[in-house]
Design a protein around this ligand. Structure first.
Ligand code: SF4
Ligand code: FES
Length: 250
């Protein structure tokens, strides 16, 4: 395939960015999107130009490092996949592809296509954990009975990889899908119920501090989420938040 790439280039957080056009040829449909970016960067390096900076790590859809807004969609046109799992067969010869960083006030651009998503880490640090003794006294998992439906929902929530596509897809740049998944993965299980109230209050407070917008139920996050995290988690978090706020004020 021969393609035209229109890529957001930005020297650093303080510089103004712009879209730059790059022709690329010899792209196979079997390549992943990031392999195609590797081909471009090799070409740029051979020409003595600065390669395009983009985030990646595992390249198998589990770490949440890769991002990219591709033709206006977080992680591109396919469903249930991250950018590293997106195949070039989703495009056709002669296509023009727009590649931009995830856009949100709480995800400032660091360079080119790399954004700072440490706001997610700070939300996680505010309550996304359980305080348990792990010094050899841990109980055997099977000795704590958990309803299968709760275990399944907690597991589904725990598949969130923290990529930020939900924020990038939301017109309000809301992080509610991410935060609700991180809350649900603990609060549905007995071990997580102990700190459930403080967790939801602290994580939501940190989310607001970071400058994420609120949820207006457009559902774009669920559509673009590579892990199929359900909006149901947002409803559950709102419920938990309300109950925790009332109890705190009493
Ligand atoms: S909820 Fe989905 S889109 Fe949002 S951070 Fe988690 S995996 Fe990514
Ligand atoms: S590089 Fe790890 S999820 Fe894409």
């Amino acid at each position: 395939m021969n393609l035209t790439l229109k890529i957001w280039r930005q020297k650093d957080a303080k510089s103004k960015g712009k879209i730059v056009s790059y022709p690329i040829s010899g792209i196979s449909g079997h390549m992943s999107f990031l392999e195609m970016m590797d081909v471009l960067n090799e070409q740029l390096i051979n020409e003595g130009q600065e390669p395009v900076a983009f985030d990646h790590d595992c390249r198998e859809g589990i770490c949440g490092s890769c991002s990219l807004h591709i033709n206006g969609e977080a992680h591109g046109p396919d469903r249930g996949v991250t950018t590293c799992q997106l195949h070039m067969r989703m495009f056709k010869d002669g296509d023009t592809i727009f590649i931009e960083p995830f856009r949100a006030k709480a995800f400032p651009v660091i360079k080119d296509l790399i954004v700072d998503r440490t706001s997610f880490d700070r939300i996680q640090h505010a309550g996304g954990f359980i305080s348990v003794n792990t010094s050899g006294n841990t109980q055997d998992a099977n000795s704590i009975p958990i309803p299968k439906a709760d275990a399944d929902k907690a597991f589904d929530a725990a598949t969130c990889i923290g990529c930020g596509a939900c924020v990038a897809s939301c017109k309000n740049a809301s992080a509610m899908l991410y935060v609700s998944a991180k809350v649900a993965q603990f609060s549905l299980l007995p071990q997580g119920k102990v700190e459930a109230k403080d967790r939801v209050l602290n994580m939501v407070e940190q989310m607001d501090k970071e400058g994420f917008g609120n949820c207006t139920n457009t559902g774009a996050c669920e559509v673009e989420c590579p892990k199929g995290i359900s909006l149901e988690n947002i409803a559950r978090m709102n419920n938990e938040y309300l109950k925790a706020s009332i109890t705190r004020e009493a």
